[in-house]
Design a protein around this ligand. Sequence first.
Ligand code: CA
Length: 235
Amino acid sequence: MAQVLVIEDDPRIRPLLVRALSERGHAVDSVSRGLDGLQRAVDTRPDLVLLDLGLPDLDGVQLLSMLRAVSDVPVIVATARDDDATLVRCLDGGADDYVTKPFTPVQVEARIRAVLRRMDGARGRGGARTVVEVGGLRLDVAGRRASLDDVELELSPREFDLLRHLAERPDEVVTKRELLVEVWQQPWGGSDKTVDVHLSWLRRKLGENAAAPRYLHTVRGVGVRLSAPGPDADA
Ligand code: CA
């Protein structure tokens, strides 16, 4: 889930985007004018800006360069123009990606996720949290690989995301609702059963089961917690 700022003047497209992105679990804020967008981006520090290039008060390319002067927030530009020159100027000017109108909310959301993933990876390469370790469990977040006691785990993308979410919060009880929102991006739909099934698959891959947990501990009626096994756990 991300905090997304939509700068879009089209009165039909804006509410559509806000609703669609909200339904996918993002916190969405929107404005219809470029200068308001600039102000909002500075004030609220969103995770990502979706910027329409055809705004009433400011040229989108110009706005992008003003935004870049004050913020390194990831920006996806949206353009109706079949105009390669404008796109090139935007990408040169610091846009991270683009969508061409007409687009569907699903396409926009996919771009948003891709850009945020790249940002995560880039931050990881910067030396911060590229590796998460809990006991013998080791996750290479940028490389999306996981190992347990130096043995590589074969995880599906969803299992990796689930394990990562828990491993980044060791010893913390995480609710199934939170997992549905953060890992499945299903804030209102989704069933606890989905989480249970994936947890049981994950347990099997970690070589444990719910009755004799080492890393994944069910907290009945609340959720699940990942903790390093104690020193005598293997005994
Ligand atoms: Ca427009």
